[in-house]
Ligand binder design. Structure first.
Ligand code: NCD
Length: 318
């Protein structure tokens, strides 16, 4: 996705991690790490881009990603506009592009976009003004690049060397943009082993996740793993007949303390949220000592700061 880069190879938009090279991913992760503050300390307040504007356009539900982008922008001194989806003119039939043009006319510099339509971030990216940046906050079941980066930061802070890691992703991989972005980044960073664990009905086709091992049994899929990434069942992307029953799903694929004991003793447990306790993960695991789920949330704000600073520097220098 070279369109994301400007003519000198700098990141201008972020809509997918696929195709971004290792040095760029590492720079973004390093930069995000630099924005982490000691819990309880006052986070940064301002940047050379203070006064510029970010518009959050979320046409799908979101708690953490939207708040995370908002706090990240505010910590850089940017103005944040949260478009109210229910009252936006899109419900009156205005095209998303017209909404973008309207906000560009008000001098919004960065658009953060979440939508269920595949291809939308790419389309918007190709149609914005040369001084504008588009950041995907979740594209259908395809891409969630800032989540992928925050997940890499979280893994790296615990495990350092990706080439030595065995990462198991468990659950609704077929519909998960989180899994897709994680796999793009893990591949580029040279992960030792990637294992996908899902029932047949939620396993992606063999044309995707090339090089990953596939397991339908959780027990074999997590044996000896260093990282276990659990996922929510994306009911909103399925017809009701194909939604698995929560109890029987938990019986086969729920991450319980007993099953977690099959992974390495120092394995970490991740989940992008929102979690369905008792469906994909047991509460004891979600709140247990191996869980890094809240760290992921913390790392998310720093990651979004790093991404926003990087694209603003590309557009406006530093
Ligand atoms: C995920 C998403 O929206 O793709 N959540 C998130 O951004 N943290 C995962 C999900 O909704 O299950």
């Amino acid at each position: 996705m070279t369109m994301q880069l400007d003519s000198s190879g700098k990141l201008r938009h972020l809509i997918t991690l696929e195709g971004l090279d290792k040095p760029l991913l590492e720079r973004l992760i390093d930069r995000a790490e630099g924005y982490l503050t000691t819990p309880g300390d006052c986070p940064p307040n301002g940047s050379p881009f203070a006064g510029r504007s970010v518009a959050n356009l979320f046409f799908e539900p979101s708690t953490r990603t939207r708040s995370s982008f908002e706090l990240a922008a505010k910590r850089l001194g940017l103005h944040v506009l949260n478009l109210d989806v229910r009252t936006s003119s899109r419900t009156k039939g205005e095209s998303i592009l017209d909404t973008i043009y309207t906000l560009e006319a008000m001098a919004c510099d960065v658009f953060v976009l979440r939508d269920s339509e595949p291809g939308l971030p790419d389309f918007i990216m190709r149609n914005v003004e040369p001084w504008v940046s588009v950041l995907s906050a979740g594209e259908a079941d395809r891409n969630h690049p800032t989540q992928g980066l925050l997940d890499m930061l979280t893994m790296r802070r615990h495990k350092r060397d990706f080439s030595q890691l065995s990462v198991s992703i468990v659950g609704d991989i077929l519909h998960s943009r989180v899994a897709h972005s994680a796999a793009h980044a893990l591949k580029t960073l040279g992960v030792g082993q990637l294992r996908l664990i899902a029932p047949e009905s939620l396993m992606p086709g063999t044309g995707e996740f090339l090089g990953a091992e596939r397991h339908t049994r959780l027990e074999t899929g997590i044996a000896g793993a260093d990282v276990i990434m659990t996922l929510r069942i994306q009911k909103e992307r399925m017809n009701s007949a194909s939604i698995p029953d929560s109890e029987s799903y938990f019986q086969q694929y729920g991450l319980t303390p007993e099953r977690l004991a099959l992974a390495k003793p120092d394995a970490i447990v991740m989940h992008p949220g929102p979690m369905n306790r008792g469906t994909e993960i047991a509460s004891e695991v979600a709140d247990g000592p191996q869980s890094v789920i809240r760290e992921q949330v913390t790392n998310g704000v720093a990651t979004r700061m790093a991404v926003m600073m990087t694209v603003l520097e590309t557009l406006h220098g530093n």
